[in-house]
Write a protein that binds this ligand. Structure first.
Ligand code: G6P
Length: 368
């Protein structure tokens, strides 16, 4: 086991730091200057373009990865995307039609809820697409087509490198579906350029490790942590909070910043730490106003912003700031989750909990 961990103390730590490499293998052979080549979808591209709706289905971190992909899939394909937590789709027996594309996202490809939702969508006649890390898994065998994320074996119960590779695969799927649209070609080209330089930006953001350890030590006794995001980074807020709760065993909630004034604002005081994601994209000015509203209520803020943007977000001296490299707006969630993964990791170690086997959790939940 020690050999497999190499110089790292825990698998989660190793897998976080492996991401420049795992993302490179996810994209290997699939990115071309003119577009993306996804052998797994080739025969179904016509149907994918013709279908009326994309339904993303998953659980836990895989659901969050799909949520991160939703805005750019809608943008690049023009097809409406709906989100389904697998168990909730089954509970409601939600409507699915033959003209739907159901995309199942699962690291293991063996999660019971996701596989039952797959059976259900197959019965309804939808085109079923799999996004999984596990070749030969039930998910990859039973879907009509799909893409393996090729992130390499993930051992830590808390998913890290699979999350970023899932987002990148869904970006490539969106690029492939949208590749017949002339009007979005410049946008597609800029995303492809962004994808090729993503691993080097991930290496850069990993240098925040010591800073995140220091931040973790200041949060060690907190009872709760809120994370506010919106747009491309709503998913980052949910996934960052999920990491903190599942491994550091600290209550944490990811919230849509646009909903702040409809309830969460009542929680704000000098003690409750709140992470606000305010990197550059079309929601930036709205996030600046969220920061101002939180500051005027004496909120204890940790602001994540793009490098060199401290003065633009306008924090007070009492705020902590996490500066991250700026990449193409729709790929920013891949960068932004990494400091939060590091934070959750260090919080867990400092609080003395089991990093790789958090209490009560399993890597793959194969029963309902
Ligand atoms: C379990 C794991 C989570 C994971 C979820 C979905 O709950 O503890 O880390 O995100 O299952 O797993 P999957 O293999 O379907 O991505």
């Amino acid at each position: 086991e020690q050999i497999k961990k190499g110089s790292y103390d825990h698998f989660m730590q190793k897998e976080i730091h492996e991401q420049p490499h795992s993302l490179t293998t996810t994209m290997r052979g699939r990115l071309k200057d003119s577009g993306v080549v996804l052998g797994g979808l080739k025969e179904h591209l016509k149907t994918l373009r013709r279908n009326r709706r994309v339904i993303f289905i998953g659980c836990g971190t895989s659901y969050n990865a799909a949520l991160a992909a939703r805005p750019f899939v809608e943008e690049l394909t023009g097809i409406p995307v709906t989100m389904e937590v697998a168990s909730d789709l089954l509970d409601r027996q939600g409507p699915i039609y033959r003209e739907d594309t159901a995309v199942f996202v699962s690291q293991s490809g063996e999660t019971a809820d996701t596989l039952l939702a797959l059976e259900y969508a197959l019965e309804k006649g939808a085109l079923c697409v799999g996004v999984t890390n596990t070749v030969g898994s039930t998910l990859s065998r039973k879907t009509h087509c799909g893409i393996h994320i090729n992130a390499g074996c993930e051992i830590g119960v808390a998913s890290t490198k699979a999350y970023t590779s899932q987002i990148v695969v869904m970006a490539m799927i969106a690029l492939a579906i949208g590749s017949d649209q002339l009007s979005t070609q410049p946008r597609r080209e800029s995303i492809i350029t962004g994808l090729s330089s993503l691993p080097s930006h991930v290496s850069e953001v990993l240098k925040l490790d010591a800073e995140m350890k220091d931040l973790a030590s200041s949060l060690i006794d907190s009872e709760s942590l809120l994370v506010f995001g919106r747009g491309y980074n709503y998913a980052t807020a949910l996934e960052g909070a999920l990491k903190v709760k599942e491994v550091a065993l600290m209550h944490s909630e990811g919230m849509l910043a646009g909903e702040m004034k409809h309830g969460p604002l009542a929680l704000v005081d000098e003690n409750l730490p709140i992470i606000v994601i305010a990197t550059r994209d079309s929601c930036f000015s709205k996030q600046k106003s969220v920061i101002q509203q939180l500051l005027s209520r004496k909120g204890r803020l940790i602001i994540m912003c793009s490098e060199g943007d401290i003065s633009a977000v306008g924090p007070s001296a009492s705020c902590r700031v996490i500066q991250v490299p700026e990449v193409a707006d729709c790929l920013q969630p891949v960068i932004n989750i990494i400091p939060l993964q590091l934070l959750a990791y260090h919080l867990t170690v400092l609080r003395g909990f089991d990093v790789d086997q958090p209490r009560n959790l399993a890597k793959s939940v194969t029963t309902q």
